[in-house]
Design a protein around this ligand. Structure first.
Ligand code: HEC
Length: 156
C-alpha cells in the first residue's frame, strides 16, 4: 500500500526534476537550435585577411548608416563623404593576396559593391536627389545579400 507520504515525496521529486530540466533548457543554452540549410561556398583566408574582410564588412554597414543619416537630414555632403570611403579609393588598399584567394564571382561582387558606393558619391555630388540615392542603396544592399547567400568564410 502506498502511503500519503509516499505520494507527497514522489510529487516533490517530480516537480523538482521538471523545474531543473526546464531551467537547463531555458537558461543554459543547451537547447537545440534549428538552423536553416547552409549551402554556401566556403572561402578560406589566412587569419589576417579574414579579419580584414570582416572589418571591411562592418564598415560597409557603417557607411550605409551614414548615407541613411544623410538622406534623413537631406545632407548630400554626409552621403558623399561616407560613400567615397568605400568607393574607388578603397580598392587601391585591397591586398593582392586577397584577390588571388577569392573566387572570381566573389571578386566581381566585391568590385560591384565598391562601384555602387562610388556611384552613390558621384550622383550625390553632381545632382543630389534622395530618390536616386535610395534606389542606389537598394541596388547596393541587393549585392550584399547576393554575396552573403553564396559565400562564407573560414580561416585557412
Ligand atoms: C563579395 C562578397 C560580399 C559582399 C559584396 C558583401 N559581403 Fe558582407 N560578408 C561576406 C562574407 C563571406 C561574410 C562572412 C559570412 C560568414 O562567414 O558567415 C560577410 C560578413 C559580413 C558581416 C559580418 C561581419 C563580422 O564582423 O562578422 C557584415 C556586417 C557584412 N558582411 C555586411 C555587408 C554589407 C552591409 C555589404 C554590402 C554593402 C556586404 N557585407 C557585402 C561577403 C560579402
Amino acid at each position: 500500500m502506498f502511503t500519503k507520504r509516499f505520494f507527497i515525496i514522489t510529487n516533490i521529486i517530480l516537480l523538482t526534476l521538471v523545474a531543473v530540466l526546464g531551467y537547463i533548457l531555458l537558461f543554459t543554452g543547451t537547447e537545440m537550435v534549428k538552423l536553416p540549410e547552409d549551402n554556401r561556398v566556403v572561402v578560406k583566408y589566412a587569419p589576417d585577411l579574414k579579419k580584414l574582410v570582416l572589418s571591411e564588412m562592418r564598415d560597409y554597414l557603417e557607411v550605409i548608416n551614414e548615407i541613411q543619416n544623410g538622406l534623413a537630414e537631406n545632407d548630400p555632403q554626409k552621403i558623399i563623404s561616407a560613400a567615397t570611403r568605400q568607393g574607388d579609393i578603397s580598392l587601391q588598399e585591397t591586398p593582392v593576396r586577397l584577390l588571388k584567394l577569392s573566387p572570381l564571382q566573389c571578386k566581381q561582387m566585391g568590385f560591384k559593391g565598391h562601384d555602387i558606393f562610388q556611384t552613390i558619391a558621384d550622383s550625390a555630388k553632381v545632382n543630389f536627389k534622395r530618390s536616386t540615392t535610395i534606389r542606389q542603396l537598394s541596388e547596393l544592399t541587393n549585392n550584399c545579400i547576393a554575396c552573403h547567400k553564396t559565400y562564407r568564410l573560414e580561416t585557412e
